[in-house]
Design a protein around this ligand. Structure first.
Ligand code: S3P
Length: 213
């Protein structure tokens, strides 16, 4: 068949076509701290973080992936063999390293964190002082549906996922509310979520830079 393009799909190309390039450039130029994504399991942190990084032209890291690489085993196995406290300690160290590295890099990173990372006091203090926090928030139905697709999350294995997620919402949302930006994550077109995220980050950075200097 002629004219059929088999090139790999490029988010960056999509971004260039659909998003305001001047706005993206301003975000890139004004970004003075890493962008860290927080939110509950299944809210879409990794997906949105990856797209955001690729759209702005930044490197992306996922703290769970980094922990798995360092430990040489999946998160679920770390929980099973060593317990949650051990995981949280590794998570804190990985996030600290990524944040530090981001300051040494030529441009800042986008870092997606596991849903419970910011509940560790030390991690929370680090994130609040040295990063811009983006809370990716989704409806409970969306999170239940998305987390049901994979059984890799140890915290959802012992009980009804909807009940567990609801308990975590009550406990964690007061902390997530400290975020600089809230992005509503839904199952609609990805461009709509990205436009929302870019607009909010752009406006936040404009205001924040005016305040600080
Ligand atoms: C956790 C969320 C998971 C992972 C671990 C614990 C949590 O990451 O870090 O299973 O405490 O909410 P995601 O939020 O990326 O699923």
């Amino acid at each position: 068949m002629q004219g059929l393009s088999l090139k790999p799909f490029s988010w960056h190309k999509l971004a260039m076509d659909k998003f305001d390039e001047a706005k993206i450039e301003r975000i890139r130029d004004n970004l003075d701290k890493p962008l860290v994504i927080i939110g509950l399991m299944g809210a879409g942190k990794t997906r949105i973080g990856k797209q955001l990084a690729s759209t702005i032209g930044l490197d992306f890291y996922d703290s769970d992936d980094e922990i798995e690489q360092a430990a040489g085993m999946p998160v679920s196995e770390i929980f099973e063999r060593f317990g949650e406290a051990y995981f949280r300690d590794g998570e804190r160290r990985v996030i600290e390293r990524l944040v530090d590295e981001s300051y040494d890099a030529s441009s800042h990173y986008v870092i997606a964190t596991g849903g419970g990372a910011i509940m560790t006091q030390e991690t929370q203090e680090l994130l609040l002082s040295k990063t811009h926090l983006v809370w990716v928030r989704a409806d409970i139905d969306v999170m239940v549906e998305r987390t049901a697709r994979r059984d890799t999350r140890p915290l959802l294995k012992n009980g009804d996922p909807r009940e567990i997620l609801t308990t975590l919402m009550n406990k964690r949302y007061p902390v997530y509310e400290k975020a600089d930006i809230v992005v509503e994550s839904h199952n609609g077109p990805v461009e709509a979520v990205m436009n929302q995220a870019l607009d909010k980050i752009y406006n936040f950075l404009r205001y924040d830079n005016r305040q600080t200097g």
